[in-house]
Design a protein around this ligand. Structure first.
Ligand SMILES: Nc1nc2c(ncn2[C@@H]2O[C@H](COP(=O)(O)OP(=O)(O)OP(=O)(O)O)[C@@H](O)[C@H]2O)c(=O)[nH]1
Ligand SMILES: [Mg+2]
Length: 307
């Protein structure tokens, strides 16, 4: 499946939420009627873009349509896509993993960290990188087993700590031994933690400090894994994690199962952090590199724009 098809599939539920009203708007001549605009704004909020962002998008869209001098429905959908796309592009720049690189995945319980770690390992390994998956979730034995399973699916190496080892020790040992064996991509899975638990936030800081100590100067990515179903609370989570350990990126998971994928727009608008990957299913291949253009085209497809 091509990349754009993956975006379309993964964002289908959110797109349906938006396209149904857009299709009916296209049949009406009065595209800029206040009833139309209000309905559209409600749909943006329902897709979880947030009230303030939805309002700003509508305002910007209306101004652009007026400026264009063609208050027809096609112009409305085109400008709407533009307003969404500009927000999705904030803080974004294409990312190529440096060599070597450490990617630390953090997030609340059940966000999709372990699944993402496995998918990332497969994705980088496919690109010819020598990948090591490190189980720094030492909290539950089952977590290590889950990651072992992913490592074998992704056909990459895997390292876990000895019983009762601290997560930072696992990371230290993984980096030391991995680097001496030519590993150039470390993907570190951590335990789920609530953003308001100070001690767990400190543990993350420690993992990151220890990684820097084990491999001074190594590129260290700290990504927050967010479940797209979390809605606007995801913004709060991201802010709190970012306070504890300054993040370098976001991964948004479970987009396939939600009509609330518009949260990506709110996150990009408000956080100044780049989204790096999107989780769109439970399989090894169901991870796509984030692309703001493809995202907005999947949300508002061409037939709605080229009218
Ligand atoms: N549909 C769908 N399910 C996903 C996706 N990512 C993860 N999941 C599912 O979400 C559930 C939790 O995923 P995990 O990867 O175990 O989450 P975690 O953050 O590691 O959880 P803890 O370690 O318990 O904090 C599993 O059932 C996954 O299969 C996704 O992109 N789409
Ligand atoms: Mg996990």
């Amino acid at each position: 499946m091509g990349l754009f098809d993956k975006f379309k599939n993964g964002l289908r539920k959110t797109a349906q939420q938006l396209t149904a009203p857009l299709e009916s708007f296209l049949k009406r001549p009065e595209a800029l009627s206040s009833a139309t605009l209000q309905e559209l704004e409600e749909r943006l909020v329902a897709a979880d873009m947030g009230a303030a962002t939805a309002q700003a998008i509508i305002k910007e869209t209306v101004e652009a349509v007026k400026k264009e001098g063609r208050a027809d429905p096609g112009s409305l959908t085109r400008q709407l896509r533009g307003a969404i796309s500009r927000r999705l592009s904030k803080a974004y720049s294409p990312w190529n993993p440096p060599t070597p690189v450490v990617i630390l995945l953090a997030g609340v319980n059940g966000a999709g960290k372990t699944t993402t770690a496995g998918k990332l390992a497969a994705c980088f390994s496919k690109d010819g990188r020598k990948v090591l998956l490190a189980a720094a979730d030492t909290f539950r034995a089952a977590a290590e087993e889950q990651l072992t399973e992913w490592a074998s699916r992704a056909k990459v190496e895997f390292v876990r700590g000895s019983h009762g080892a601290a997560p930072s020790t696992v990371v230290f040992d993984a980096l030391k031994s991995g680097l001496s064996h030519g590993v150039d991509c470390f993907v570190v899975d951590t335990a789920g933690r609530l953003h308001n638990r100070q001690n767990l936030m400190e543990e993350l800081q420690k993992i990151s400090r220890v990684a820097e100590k084990a491999a001074p100067g190594i590129a260290l990515e700290k990504w927050l894994v967010l479940d797209a179903n979390t809605g606007q609370n995801g913004l709060n989570q991201a802010r709190e994690f970012n306070k504890g350990t300054p993040l370098t990126g976001l991964v948004l998971t479970k987009l396939d199962g939600t009509a609330k994928g518009g949260i990506a727009v709110a996150l990009c608008e408000e956080l100044g952090l780049p989204v790096r990957f999107l989780g769109m299913g439970e399989g090894l291949e169901d991870l796509v590199p984030y692309d703001p253009q493809l995202f907005s085209e999947a949300l508002i497809p061409d037939p709605l724009v080229n009218v």
